[in-house]
Design a protein around this ligand. Structure first.
Ligand code: NAP
Length: 332
């Protein structure tokens, strides 16, 4: 089969679209013939985390397709069933944090940027019928992360004001749609005028320039109850400054740097809450699918590429040109 494989060289240089042995399912596993997959920022970070001395790895966390074969003991899905892949491995029940042994599809185990993938049967979940293959293929990782960040951790309520910096991000576009569906007022930031305009069309109540240093004036002096921050060092303090006293910031990403300085005294006098989050459990995955179906939410699809065009897809994300999800159509 054809796959996007990382091997032998660190970084982007080690990524090749090439032949790879089709894998067989063991007991409790299924093989999915993939129709579509989705790119996440994680796939860029992984090119440096997966070492040249490690065995070759098919990358990719998001995908949807058809069950091609099943291993012994599998009862939850049948050959021919249309499924979407839950990329959270080993985190079944809701809990404060993932259990030890939790992993994400695409490292250390083979991922979705291939014609076929082998996964535990419980990670193959019925595809929501109203979503196209492309929409289902790009959904999982970002929508699950957004769901847990906003509902489980952020405890969003109708009428709350929510700030989402870096709306170009795939996760951020889900956060915007989920928070609006929950009845919140949503303010977003972006460095791009075009993305700010698109965010307003998607339902954002205000869209301001991330690079402007005076977010408070741009938000007409309004503070927010909840901020969901994934940009990292470039916006962390500006986001924190926009919280109302006692407000909450949930953080799960650091595209623009992992390390920040912040003013402890200002933080504790302000009685702020800072919460970390990452991905989500299988229970949250099912809740998220029910939520999107009930609200008829579809991923914001930026562009789709074939796997052989991976260089263009990765470059588009590297340069942050996208708004929403970049997809791969997986050809026969
Ligand atoms: N912990 C988890 O479970 C988890 C899960 C999913 C994602 N993540 C992390 O969350 C982040 C977003 O993921 P994604 O896949 O949605 O990423 P993405 O699509 O690549 O989006 C990143 C966005 O961040 C903004 N940004 C980047 N650098 C910036 C800078 N210097 N200044 C201001 N804004 C900047 C940009 O928004 P504009 O273009 O609008 O300016 C950009 O589009 C990544 O760091 C990812 O690793 C973590």
């Amino acid at each position: 089969m054809k796959a996007l494989v990382h091997a032998e060289k660190a970084g982007f240089e080690g990524l090749k679209f090439r032949d790879f042995n089709k894998l067989e399912p063991k007991e409790g596993e299924v093989v999915v013939k993939l129709k579509a997959a989705g790119l996440n920022h994680r796939d860029l970070f992984i090119l440096n985390r997966h070492k040249p001395t490690d065995p070759p790895l098919i990358i990719g966390s998001d995908g949807a397709g058809v069950i091609d074969s099943v291993g012994a003991g599998v009862t939850n899905v049948k050959i021919g069933e249309e499924v979407i892949i839950n990329p959270s491995l080993g985190w079944q029940k809701n809990s404060d944090a993932p259990p030890s042994g939790f992993e994400i599809v695409g490292l250390p185990y083979h991922g979705t940027f291939a014609e076929y993938i082998v996964i535990p049967a419980e990670n193959a979940v019925s595809k929501p019928a109203y979503l196209s293959w492309e929409e289902a293929g790009v959904l999982s990782l970002a929508a699950l992360t957004a769901y847990r960040a906003l509902f489980t951790r952020g405890k969003v309520q109708s009428g709350m004001k929510v700030l989402i910096p870096g709306i170009g991000s795939g996760v951020a576009t889900f956060l915007l749609q989920f928070a609006k569906a929950a009845g919140a007022k949503v303010y977003v930031t972006s460095r791009s005028q075009e993305k700010r305009e698109k965010a307003l069309q998607l339902g954002a109540d205000k869209a301001i320039d991330s690079n402007n240093d005076d977010w408070e004036s741009m938000l007409d002096g309004e503070k927010v109850d909840l901020a969901i921050e994934s940009v990292g060092a470039a916006t962390f303090n500006k986001t924190l400054d926009q919280l109302r006293l006692g407000g909450t910031m949930v953080t799960f990403g650091a595209s623009a740097g992992d390390v920040v300085d912040f003013d402890l005294r200002k933080f504790f006098y302000g009685q702020y809450n800072l919460l970390g989050t990452t991905m989500g459990s299988s229970e949250e995955y099912v809740e998220m699918l029910q939520f999107i179906e009930k609200n008829q939410i579809r991923p914001v699809l930026d562009r789709t590429f074939s796997l052989s065009q991976f260089e263009s897809a990765f470059s588009r994300m590297e340069k942050a040109e996208q708004l929403g999800k970049i997809g791969f159509i997986i050809e026969e």
